[in-house]
Write a protein that binds this ligand. Structure first.
Ligand code: HEM
Length: 175
């Protein structure tokens, strides 16, 4: 377990974790919105060179910037859960929407791969479709994280909120 100077250094670094988190999620969400717009320039009428530029730039943006930014946002966010000790209903609701955002991220990657790497004609979906799919979880996440609603009406059953003190099915070290 962390204690003493390491814990106080990490606690002092919370603003840094938050800055990294917010910067990374800006690149993540902004990139996910930009990619379908970039792909919508992918028109069979454009020249072969333009087509290659669009394919290369969307592929590089996704693999070099958007996906690493997602990983950094999630790692910094996970640190923040424990440093800020937010084990609250809004956080769990936010994580459900983050899971949705990850699914949309994978979908955008799938569209890019199909357009860029698979032979044959592939028409990407109209950009508003993935953009709406991105905006929905992003706006829900921002409402939850900035409003921090208490969900006072929500009560969790005791088996979800109290340690059960039961033995695992296998032996575990004593410490
Ligand atoms: C697995 C992914 C994520 C985790 C674990 C996570 C977790 C957290 C935690 C614990 C905080 C600190 C809250 C506090 O200090 O009270 C935070 C702050 C924040 N998160 Fe996330 N987050 C994730 C993804 C996202 C995404 C995708 C967005 C937006 C699209 C987002 C937006 C924000 C914002 C704006 C803040 C600053 C809020 C404030 O300080 O009041 N997070 N996040």
């Amino acid at each position: 377990m962390l204690d003493g100077p390491i814990l106080s250094a990490l606690t002092a670094a919370i603003p840094l974790f938050k800055a990294v988190h917010v910067a990374a999620l800006l690149v993540w969400a902004g990139g996910l919105i930009a990619l379908p717009l970039m792909l919508s320039r992918h028109d069979p009428a454009v020249s072969a060179e333009d087509y290659a530029i669009i394919r290369r730039s969307t592929h590089l943006s996704y693999t070099l910037f958007v996906t690493p930014a997602a990983v950094i946002a999630i790692i910094a966010g996970t640190w923040l859960i424990f440093l800020r000790e937010v084990f609250t209903p809004w956080l769990y609701a936010k994580l459900a929407f983050v899971a949705l955002l990850v699914v949309v991220h994978a979908w955008v990657g799938f569209i890019l791969a199909k357009v860029a790497e698979k032979p044959g004609e592939h028409t990407p979906p109209a950009p508003w479709l993935p953009i709406m799919a991105i905006l929905l979880p992003v706006i829900a996440i921002l409402v939850l994280v900035l409003g921090k609603p208490t969900f006072g009406w929500l009560t969790f059953p005791e088996w979800l909120s109290e340690p059960r003190g039961r033995q695992l099915l296998f032996d575990v070290p004593s410490r």
